[in-house]
Design a protein. Structure first.
Length: 93
């Protein structure tokens, strides 16, 4: 009987968490819409050129147009690497 009560209590708690989660997601979606509107407003109408530039970069980043990060690659081999090529037709013979 205790196990059944524990199970029912666990289900009730999970249901309450799920209800709150849906409400939180809904609220975040509303906030995100307003944030995008404000970001657009800044990008188009801010007095400061640096604010407009930053807002435009943020919009592009979030739209998937973020510039690629540079990777520096160093070759630390001191030995020579030799390549040789052969005729594929001669290899089949």
């Amino acid at each position: 009987m205790r196990l059944k009560a524990f199970f029912l209590l666990s289900l009730s708690i999970m249901f309450l968490i799920l209800l709150n989660f849906e409400r939180i997601l809904s609220r975040l979606a509303t906030m995100a819409e307003k944030a995008v509107e404000m970001l657009y407003e800044l990008a188009m109408n801010a007095e400061s050129e640096s604010v407009r530039l930053t807002a435009l970069r943020d919009v592009l980043d979030r739209a998937g147009f973020k510039p690629t990060d540079k990777l520096e690659q160093k070759n630390e081999h001191s030995e020579k690497i030799e390549f040789s090529f052969c005729d594929p037709a001669a290899a089949d013979a």
